[in-house]
Design a binder for this molecule. Sequence first.
Ligand SMILES: Cc1ncc(COP(=O)(O)O)c(C=O)c1O
Length: 327
Amino acid sequence: MTVVEPSPRTAPGFRPALGTALEAIGNTPLVPLLRLTDGLRARILVKLEYFNPTGSYKDRMALAMIEEAEKRGEITPGKTTIVEYTGGSTGSSLSFVCAVKGYALRIVTSDAFSEEKIRTMTSMGAEVVMVPSVGGKITPDLMPRIIDRTRQLAEVAGTYWTDQFNNKDNAVGQRTMGREILAQTGGDVDAFVASVGTAGCAMGVARVLKDHSQDIKVFVVEPSTSAVLSGGEPGTHGIEGIALGFTPPLLDKELYDDVLVIDEGEARDMARRLAVEEGIFAGTSTGANVLAARRVAQEHGGDITIVVPAVDSGLKYISTDLFPRAI
Ligand SMILES: Cc1ncc(COP(=O)(O)O)c(C=O)c1O
């Protein structure tokens, strides 16, 4: 176990900021695919969530989990230590929100997740507790080990476990994305397609879209080697942030219409094609989302509008083998 020492957030004279940097969260662009829809009648609109301050839509969730707990009087800057386990994106987002607001933060993660994400957390003052993976892969035993470690840390007095998998404030934060999609399309949406980790994004957006119109279809996406939502066994894969080997408690069967199972290799290819053919530089789960959205477009065959999130920035994957290296 490696513990990285926190920065002196609790040093005398440290003052929490008033939230101006937090105002940069949300209001991200929504752009149509230009070339990857060639031959299709559908429009695929991509919500460029990497424009959030830490480069992922998890900033929306982190802000909501902290601010809703503040409203309930459960946490106080300078007194409460926030605890969470994460594949990296949530940790980066919580590090940002906690840095602005002045909370100490302790993150449990693993070397199965990209170095950029872990360095982002330590750079913004989080204490990082590493749980070793087997061969750098997301194996079915990894998350239970990470959760056990987090549970131990959450027992320490004065800590608040944001518990993203069970915390309804997660989906509440993602509703902002749903409202933006309605505003940006004038409500003219036929389908939303999103891969699932905690299900906060899929469920938060689905709630808003389905309240607007029950005709809007929501599809959730998972990799074929760990297709738990469609009845398969948990297995090993390399798509960070999704398919963690169990059905996330926030996933509500009433709020989605179908599960789409994709091939990880094809999702990785799609992430590369998005960068080269569309200038959309995003991660593997975004490749999975666009791959699945194209399948919805092909199978429907009609003139429909499908929205997908570009979950996070390709810059978070520079140290991995997702994108080619210069020779
Ligand atoms: C890269 C990436 N893609 C997709 C997801 C899934 O998002 P959600 O947890 O809202 O289901 C996550 C979650 O951490 C993620 O980090």
